[in-house]
Design a protein. Structure first.
Length: 162
């Protein structure tokens, strides 16, 4: 992976996305079921995806690396979870609130780490050898994709994260 930002910047971005999502949750003008096209997700589907990825992908990888230097981290195609988990029928506001709680846990998990933990290495199915810092950078990049996606829904009725 190419040059992830320093840990403090990564933590700031994780928090910025948390704040962005909190503003979305507070915005009563949002249509949680609107889909721009049949191939695109609604805010409800995005919220469910964010919740599940935070728990089952990001936190799982982070905990594995924190527990064991050289930990194996399986690759996951979380986009495929939407249909079998029936994201469209779930409560979007609840899913987004659950994501916020999970993101807070993630930030707390990373906030007080000794500097040497950020370079701890593991083995990822798709990316090969990688570090904790790179794994967190992947989470930040995932956030950026979904921030743009959320901003484009409902004519951009909430402010973006930058």
């Amino acid at each position: 992976m190419l040059n992830p930002p320093p840990p403090s910047d990564l933590l700031d971005e994780l928090a910025a996305f948390r704040n962005f999502v909190a503003n979305v949750l507070a915005d009563d003008r949002r249509d949680w079921n609107y889909r721009p096209s049949p191939d695109e997700w609604s805010l409800t589907e995005i919220a469910c995806h964010l919740r599940d990825v935070e728990h089952e992908v990001h936190q799982s990888r982070l905990r594995a690396l924190l527990a064991e230097d050289g930990a194996f981290m399986p690759g996951v195609d979380a986009d495929e979870w939407a249909i079998p988990r029936n994201y469209r029928a779930q409560a979007g506001r609840k899913a987004l609130a659950d994501f916020l709680a999970a993101r807070e846990t993630t930030i707390k998990l990373l906030s007080d780490l000794p500097e040497e933990f950020w370079s701890r290495r593991g083995q990822h199915t798709f990316f090969g050898p990688t570090s904790l810092q790179e794994i967190v950078f992947l989470a930040v990049q995932h956030d950026r994709v979904h921030a743009r996606q959320i901003d484009e829904l409902n004519d951009g009725t909430s402010a973006g994260i930058g």
